[in-house]
Unconditional design. Structure first.
Length: 75
């Protein structure tokens, strides 16, 4: 049961990142530059390989979208 919860959250992060990128016309590699998150790290999150990204990483991504972490996580 616990594993499925983590999987659901990781899918939500992916959907959120993809939706915000599409909405704002930002490519994933551009987001990596804007957020100062390594391209490989971001790719792993978006591909669903990283199931549980660090809060610090999610915070950097949120800031790149000009959002607070709570706004970013408010899906």
């Amino acid at each position: 049961m616990m594993g499925s919860i983590v999987l659901e959250y990781s899918e939500l992060y992916v959907k959120r990142i993809r939706a915000l990128c599409k909405e704002r016309g930002i490519a994933i590699n551009r987001l990596a530059t804007m957020s100062d998150v390594k391209q490989s790290t971001l790719d792993n999150i978006v591909r669903g390989l990283t199931k549980n990204p660090r809060v610090k990483t999610l915070h950097k991504i949120a800031l790149a979208f000009n959002m607070t972490l709570s706004e970013f996580l408010d899906f």
